[in-house]
Design a protein around this ligand. Structure first.
Ligand code: ADP
Ligand code: ZN
Length: 722
């Protein structure tokens, strides 16, 4: 009889033993469907020695596997990556495995899926809901569930439209072929510096060995062009490449750019894909047919058949850190995947993370530098506007020098970008009479006014409400005032000052889909926009040659909050957004509004002294034992019942381990003391780099009885300290 140890797709259980049905085989890595109680559940056949090698179950208690799925087995390097990720981030292995086999993506590709699309016929009976639904669906196609979500109606409404003949069924096969990129389609003529860098990357791909290469080039130096040469080398060798991007919004422009270089679009992977697209992408990745995959961090765990290269673009971005579920950092896991698979990993950035530069210094990463912009474009001039000396008018946010600069650009027909990392109209609504501040009922956070949609919204839990007319506290009428600016308010000021200027607001509220992002790019490239007002979403990736002015509305915003990376992040964010200016033949100018122009990060930005800034920042971190020279981990205990959460946190505190070099802060209410209706307490661990934090935490939490109503979130190497 053959047995198989199977890691199931559930966070709740470790590996379980099954019997392989007579006549079948289930070698290591096989994707299987197994019985679990009354349910069927997917899983992967795993080594017996893994996960602490639990004792095997007796033969007489084994149940038969239901099915061995006809897809390529999950290879050993990826199994090792799942184990490593689970171990390092203290996450259940089943939760990590779910990223390898997401949803029903691995279901049989040959079984067609039925989607629906509009026929153009209107149903005899039109209800307001049906009108709205058809309008929102437009020319799009999807499964009933997806169309219902898209149109924000129930599935019954969609089915009604199908019955009435307004929507028709279309069969979609998930194994449609995937076009083959052509490395010789349109290679660029590289500058000498670019060619030298590209040569090193090509050699690294040819060597097919693990190595991390930091491609460190100023904005507009051609990093993308250069790493595409490495991808060409991988395609020539018949291997697959994964390109990780920090935002879904960047995928669409990237697909177009890759199509121009390789003659066809790469395969995208992100949460915005339809079920059929996901299934098709998963199978093309697992069969090796998808040669170039461009995706968000979740693309990292997919079962590539023959991966030859990983590129992490904008590698300094903190959005590579996943903040719920498995708290992993995609940049760090990408490097680990490279080491398990034996392949090169390219980290591309104009403002590398201090962590990456420290690895260069330690001799572990190869440093490849592109010091100048391509084609003679110069880096923009940065200047600070001292808001204490040159304040904006009362109730306004743009200081006179910035307003003058905007007027100048409008006069010349050039484009400007105003950057403010705050969505909505105003971050706070306050009662003028009694001082009451409108707070989210579920979170320790203020409700943010979104005037365009006439709502107050919580940016933490998504709670929305109409703006009240009376103060909820003193019931005074029309006493509520908006405090502080968000992008919508800055856009209002721009419209007031320059009524003829054409503006575009760019935030996750307006650019919520790849299609919207593509629309925005077309509008700016087509010269239909004069002034862009945007959040961090516009700081990276975009290349608009006619954009010559960048105004940073509030450069100090990121500095408060006490985050250990606040200065670094501010430096990166402003350097990145500055990098959008003057990318064509016309030179760029950047004006930074700040109340602390003397702060080291501001003076380094203005002086263009990147090395000086990083050196000072590194010294300060070393002094404090902060990353990359020391380590943190956070334990957040939460419960809907504050006493339950407090109780567990206190018991953890009482049993806190003591060890040389280890400091434990808390338990204390987390800075975000309530989130989504759950009360939160935090313990923060700080230790030297060499300290075994994971082992310590594992032993520690095993000593506590865990009530069902309390939840523990573990964040190793946290980036967010709320
Ligand atoms: P980065 O990623 O470093 O910001 P990009 O790769 O986006 O830089 O390059 C900036 C702009 O210059 C892009 O429009 C790109 O197409 C163009 N460019 C860079 N290098 C070349 C080259 N060798 N030939 C033609 N265009 C180039
Ligand atoms: Zn909330």
């Amino acid at each position: 009889m053959t047995r198989a140890r199977v890691l199931l797709l559930t966070a709740a259980l470790g590996p379980l033993d099954y019997r392989v049905p007579h006549g079948s085989e289930a070698p290591l890595g096989s994707v299987v469907v197994a019985p679990l109680g009354p349910r069927r559940m997917g899983g992967v056949v795993w080594e017996e020695a893994s996960f602490g090698a639990p004792d095997p179950v007796g033969d007489n208690r084994l149940r038969n596997l239901y099915e061995i799925v006809d897809v390529p087995p999950i290879r050993a390097p990826l199994r090792r990556l799942v184990e490593w990720t689970s171990d390092y981030y203290l996450a259940p292995p089943g939760a990590v495995l779910r990223m390898v086999l997401p949803g029903a993506a691995f279901a049989d590709a040959r079984r067609p899926i039925v989607e629906y699309r509009a026929t153009g016929e209107l149903p005899a009976r039109m209800t307001p809901q049906r009108i709205v639904a058809l309008e929102r669906i437009g020319a799009r196609q999807g499964m009933v569930r997806e169309l219902a979500a898209l149109a924000e109606v129930s599935e019954a409404v969609i089915r009604g439209l199908v019955q009435a003949g307004a929507l028709e069924a279309v069969e979609v096969s998930a194994d449609a072929p995937c076009p083959e990129p052509d490395p010789a389609f349109a290679p660029p003529g590289l500058s000498d510096e670019q060619a030298a860098a590209a040569g090193q990357l090509r050699d690294a791909v040819a060597a097919a060995r693990f190595e991390t290469l930091l491609l460190d080039g100023v904005t507009g130096s051609g990093k993308t062009e250069v790493y595409m040469e490495a991808i060409a080398a991988a395609v020539e060798a018949g291997k697959q490449t994964l390109v990780l991007l920090p935002e879904i919004a960047l995928t669409e422009p990237m697909l177009t750019r890759f199509a121009a270089r390789f003659g066809c679009e790469p395969v995208p992977w992100h949460s915005g894909l339809r079920s059929t697209e996901r299934r098709r992408a998963w199978h093309a990745i697992a069969s090796g047919e998808a040669k170039i995959v461009v995706g968000a961090r979740s693309a990292l765990f997919l079962p590539y058949a023959d991966l030859g290269l990983i590129v992490v673009d904008e590698a300094h971005e903190t959005s590579f850190k996943q903040e719920d579920g498995v708290h992993y950092h995609a940049r760090d896991v990408a490097v680990m995947r490279g080491s398990f698979e034996g392949l090169p990993v390219i980290l591309a950035s104009a403002t590398p993370a201090l962590e990456s530069l420290a690895q260069v210094e330690a001799g572990r990463y190869r440093h490849i530098v592109l010091p100048a912009r391509y084609g003679g474009a110069t880096l923009p001039d940065l200047a600070a506007i001292d808001m204490r000396r040159d304040p904006p008018d009362r109730g306004r946010w743009l200081a006179p020098p910035l307003v003058d600069a905007l007027a100048g650009r409008l006069g010349k027909g050039e484009q400007s970008l105003l950057f403010l990392n705050r969505r909505g109209f105003a971050p706070l609504t306050l009662c003028r009479t009694c001082g009451h501040r409108i707070q989210c009922p579920n979170c320790t956070a203020w409700m943010v006014e979104h005037r365009l949609v006439h709502r107050l919204a919580c940016h933490h839990c998504g709670h929305v409400m109409p703006p009240p007319r009376l103060c909820p506290e003193c019931e005074d009428e029309d006493s509520l005032v908006a405090c502080g600016p968000g992008v919508e308010r800055v856009a209002d000021e721009v419209k007031l000052r320059f009524p003829d200027a054409r503006t575009a607001i760019v935030t996750s509220d307006t650019l919520w889909s790849p299609a919207k992002a593509a629309e925005f790019v077309d509008a700016v490239e087509g010269g239909l926009v004069d002034i862009i007002i945007g959040t961090q979403l516009v700081t990276k990736g975009y290349h608009f040659p006619n954009l010559t002015l960048v105004g940073v509305v509030d450069a100090d915003l990121g500095l408060d909050g006490g985050d250990l990376r606040a200065s670094e992040r501010t430096f990166q964010q402003i350097a990145q957004v500055a990098g959008r200016a003057g990318r064509g033949v016309k030179p760029g100018e950047v004006l930074i509004q700040t109340r602390v122009p003397e702060a080291p990060v501001m003076s380094a930005l203005v002086a263009g002294d990147r090395d000086g800034f990083y050196a000072a920042e590194a010294a300060a971190r070393k002094q404090a034992g902060a990353p990359p020279y020391g380590r943190f981990a956070a334990l957040v205990i939460s419960s809907e019942d504050i006493e339950v959460a407090r109780g567990v946190a206190q018991r953890l505190g009482q049993k806190a381990p003591a060890a040389d070099g280890l400091a434990i802060y808390g338990p204390a209410p987390a800075p975000l003391a309530m989130l989504r209706g759950r009360h939160r307490f935090r313990l923060l661990l700080h230790a030297p780099r060499s300290f075994d934090l994971q082992g310590t935490i594992r032993d520690w939490i095993a000593r506590i009885d865990w009530p069902a109503k309390a939840r523990l979130a573990i964040d190793v190497d946290p980036y967010s300290f709320v």
